[in-house]
Write a protein that binds this ligand. Structure first.
Ligand code: AMP
Ligand code: MG
Length: 355
């Protein structure tokens, strides 16, 4: 049987538990330099080729048959099916355990802040502080923290800000200032034993929440930047890397998954819940959520989310201190590590091709 025919038969029989074990050589995954590529990778490559040739309807039918989510664009459906076979085959070949989450929990944070239309140099103050807690093992939202904050530097909200965020002047006037709210949020984290008995990471949509809003606010409030916000997961980057697609904004990511934005956009709590939905879907689709952003103490990227091209960071070429050089080096190390991890499949594929 040719490898294409084998792949077809694998796709056709996988759900019935009739996977032909004999066909897979259970060689140990010793792919050290000069070592043999395990044949399972060749097989996976053939399966992937077969999946690439399937129509949307065929993909949907196959996913439904496997009792997997059949919603989303063609890219999403292909990736979901490929991940299904990859996980099964690698597990059966005793190469990889099923995907384990690096963290027990993720906390999705989407701040809303004071703003002025078209003013990208504005000094923002956080006015809405939501945090949505996702259990990475059960893949569900288990709790929420939500408070508004009173701005001090610009206590009057602009009309643009109120209409964008839906936050009224009255609401912020009767709220506490940021440091008190941050204290309560951190007590909430402690009540969930986060960082004590359970590991966790912050998830945001883009780099701005930590590197711009939280950093500006901590400077203004003259309080230390919280340690948990120094490295975090930028969901836009994870998403585009996992599904091999271009960087998208929140609404686009949802649509691409066949999901809808629930609630009102630019309401921090609703934005956070919708980002959490994407995080859960990524976990369902076999993606491990790992930190991929690092706090840049240098000038944070200017402009609101919509104005930044694909969430790339600002490239301020002026290096001012040794500390900054060290931080940049660490950021580069983290980026290159992520690059290697994110491209593992591609590396395996090229290794196969050149074998
Ligand atoms: P978002 O999470 O997209 O709702 O945006 C977070 C914050 O970014 C908002 O609360 C505003 O402070 C700022 N922002 C978002 N969009 C704009 C815009 N078009 N112009 C100015 N500021 C904005
Ligand atoms: Mg928001």
């Amino acid at each position: 049987m040719s490898s294409a025919e084998e792949a077809k038969s694998d796709i056709a029989t996988d759900d019935k538990g009739g996977e032909t074990h004999k066909k897979i050589h259970r060689l140990k995954a010793k792919r050290d330099e000069g070592g043999e590529v395990d044949p399972v990778y060749k097989k996976l490559s053939a399966i992937n080729g077969e999946i690439n040739r399937m129509s949307v309807k065929e993909l949907q039918d196959k996913l439904a048959e496997l009792k997997l989510d059949a919603r989303g664009s063609k890219d999403i459906l292909q990736k979901r099916l490929k991940m299904h076979f990859k996980q099964r085959k690698l597990m059966k070949a005793k190469i990889k355990p099923p995907v384990e989450c690096t963290y027990d929990y993720v906390i999705v944070i989407d701040f809303e802040a004071t703003c002025q239309e078209n003013n990208y140099n504005y000094t923002h103050e956080i006015i809405e502080f939501p945090a949505v807690l996702v259990d990475c093992h059960t893949r569900e939202i288990v709790d929420e923290f939500h408070e508004y904050c009173k701005p001090v530097l610009n206590p009057r909200l602009t009309e643009f800000c109120s209409s964008l965020t839906g936050i009224s002047q009255g609401l912020v006037d009767k709220s506490d200032e940021f440091p008190a709210v941050l204290d309560r949020m951190q007590s909430w984290m402690t009540s969930h034993h986060l960082g004590i008995h359970h590991t966790f990471a912050i998830v945001t949509d883009g780099p701005w929440d930590m590197s711009r809003f939280l950093q500006m606010q901590c400077n203004l409030s003259k309080i230390p930047f919280p340690h948990w916000g120094k490295k975090w997961i930028n969901i836009r980057k994870v998403y585009s890397s996992h599904y091999s697609c271009k960087r998208m904004n929140l609404e686009e990511m949802l649509i691409n998954l066949g999901l809808k934005f629930e609630g009102t956009q630019h309401c921090g709590l609703h934005d956070s819940r919708n980002i959490a939905k994407i995080a859960i879907q990524l976990l369902e689709d076999g993606c491990d959520l790992v930190k991929n952003e690092f706090l840049h103490v240098a000038q944070p990227p200017p402009g609101p989310k919509g104005s930044r091209e694909n969430g790339s960071r600002g490239r301020d070429s002026k290096i001012r201190s040794r500390e900054e050089i060290e931080q940049r080096l660490e950021a580069l190390k983290l980026e290159s590590k992520n690059f290697v991890e994110e491209n593992q499949d591609l590396l395996e594929y090229h290794k196969l091709q050149s074998a």
